[in-house]
Design a protein around this ligand. Structure first.
Ligand code: UDX
Ligand code: ADP
Length: 480
């Protein structure tokens, strides 16, 4: 133990999808450590402190139970960023790192302005020795930026030697929807750094609940690159099976049979081979684009093209689904009501970042369709901001219906969404969509009625028996 730093207080800057759940699990397993999760977004902090646990800003199974055990005991959510930094022995940087929207590298690399401002705040406010941990997923060599900023202030104070830093990379591998179990029973914990005492100190925290053999220690750059590579490999599997879904439809094969047969090879494995409307979420596209940017930076054009094609196939999959819908509805959807079932990027989360529902809905709206959107977890305000239509949301007379002008409406009732619609599109694989009453739906829809199942969750024959036409992703049986 004498070779470790003593950690009494942790500060996590950024109370988002990553910071909140990660700190909750650390607090739950380390009651002796005081953890302050700080954010400059006052509303977000208010939600984390909300008495009604259903109002937490992140919806994750098991999270509210942990919050009720730890909040205001050793886990605190507040906006006193400077104070928390000053008093922390270890600081996690868990701020947002979206793809840059303007300037050099726009659309390709992460915008590091939040990371940089956070590093500057730390460099000014930290006291004594502070271990700074990169938690957000960042482009490789971001640790260098953080180090340059921190160590500049270290140099300034070198005379009285009061302020020192170690920078570690400790990427997060949690997936939304299973965040708590991913954090409680991770496949591995990755800690990259140069200073073994700091690495061991962070490892000792995880050792409270993670077996030692699951903790991997690497250099800083390997850790940063491993995170990008893990996400790129996962996304690559999805684009691979999605590309095969198109061949299945053309050739008479069934993509679920193919995925099952391929996944049985123990060298390949069955996970991340589910075909769908394309991957969404805040990480996959951003991380691949960061990898592509890095390859181009190092002059590795062929490698950059290889990884870029994964993102291109993902876009193509979303576009081809939308085209299939328009073609099936006689090439004209103007004024036709179409029900979108599911707006989250996957089931089990209320997150819509990069959701395929956004691209597909936008394209259908551009063609003139009127959309009836349902999602059991996503709020209509969130859909409005994702679709960027910017109209003011108005409550309608009906309790379960909120309207946004007349182009799209949010429905809480799936059957009302289906009423008078020409087509119903399953985009998110929510369980409630597996158990719909198709007889009831068939009576409400326009004829010919269409169902487009982009997740392969519906029982085709049960739908066809009510006279509804169905298209399922990767189902080539129509070619027989
Ligand atoms: C991902 C990584 O899994 C996680 O390790 C990393 O830390 C963050 O990014 P997340 O984005 O939460 O997590 O979700 P994930 O379950 O990986 O799904 C991403 C997207 O791929 C979703 O849109 C999902 O529907 C899609 N997907 C996933 C498929 O289409 N098929 C699959 O087989 C698996
Ligand atoms: P992630 O999915 O990576 O957790 P989020 O966008 O959900 O990303 O959360 C990041 C959070 O970081 C946001 O709530 C944002 O307000 C916060 N944030 C960004 N920069 C700073 C900063 N310099 N100080 C405090 N909070 C910050």
């Amino acid at each position: 133990m004498e070779n470790l730093y003593q950690i009494k207080r942790i500060c996590c800057v950024g109370a988002g999808y990553v910071g909140g759940p990660t700190m909750a699990v650390i607090a739950d397993n380390c009651p002796e450590i005081e953890i302050n999760v700080v954010d400059r977004n006052v509303e977000r902090i208010k939600s984390w402190n909300s008495k009604d646990l259903s109002k937490l800003p992140v919806f994750e199974k098991g999270l509210s139970e942990i919050i009720s055990r730890t909040r205001d005991k050793n886990l605190f959510f507040n906006t006193q960023i400077d104070f928390a930094i000053e008093n922390a022995d270890m600081i996690f940087i868990s701020v947002n790192t979206p793809i840059k929207s303007i300037g050099l590298g726009a659309g390709q690399t992460s915008d590091l302005k939040w990371v940089e401002s956070c590093a500057r705040q730390i460099s000014i406010k930290a006291k004594g020795h502070t271990i700074v941990v990169e938690k957000s997923t960042l482009p490789v060599r971001t640790a260098k930026t953080i180090k340059d900023i921190l160590f500049a202030s270290e140099d300034q104070l070198a005379v009285n030697n009061k302020k020192t830093f170690s920078v570690l990379s400790n990427p997060e591998f949690l997936a939304e929807g299973s965040a708590i179990s991913d954090l409680e029973e991770p496949d591995r914990i990755l800690i990259g750094g140069e200073d073994s005492k700091s690495i061991d100190t962070l490892a000792a925290i995880y050792c409270k609940w993670v077996p030692l053999e699951k903790i991997i220690k690497t250099n800083l750059w390997s850790s940063e690159l491993s995170k990008l590579t893990s996400n790129a490999f996962l996304a690559q599997r999805i684009s691979s099976i999605n590309s095969i879904s198109a061949i299945c439809e053309a050739s008479g094969a069934d993509v679920y049979e193919v995925a099952n047969a391929v996944g049985k090879d123990s060298r390949i494995g069955a996970k991340f081979l589910k075909p769908g409307p394309g991957f969404g979420g805040s990480c996959f596209k951003k991380d691949i684009l960061n990898l592509v940017y890095l390859c181009n930076f190092f002059g590795l054009k062929e490698v950059a093209n290889f990884w870029e094609s994964i993102v291109n196939i993902n876009q193509w999959q979303q576009d081809r689904i939308y085209k299939k819908i328009v073609e099936s509805l006689f090439g004209n959807i103007s004024g036709k009501k179409i029900a979108i079932l599911g707006f989250a990027f996957k089931a089990g989360t209320n997150d819509t970042r990069e959701s395929p529902a956004i691209t597909i809905s936008r394209n259908l709206l551009i063609e003139g369709a009127e959309l009836a959107i349902h999602d059991p977890k996503v709020q209509s305000e969130q859909i409005a901001s994702s679709l960027e239509y910017g109209y003011e949301i108005k409550e309608s007379d009906s309790q379960d219906l909120i309207t946004n002008e007349r182009r799209w409406r949010f429905y809480k009732d799936i059957y009302k969404a289906a009423e008078d619609s020409h087509a119903l599109i399953i985009i998110t694989e929510w369980n409630e969509y597996r158990e719909l009453d198709w007889e009831k739906i068939s009576k409400k829809m326009y004829k010919p009625s269409w169902v487009f199942d982009t997740r392969g969750i519906l029982d085709k024959s049960n739908i066809q028996k009510y006279g509804i036409k169905i298209w399922q992703l990767g189902d080539g049986s129509g070619n027989d």
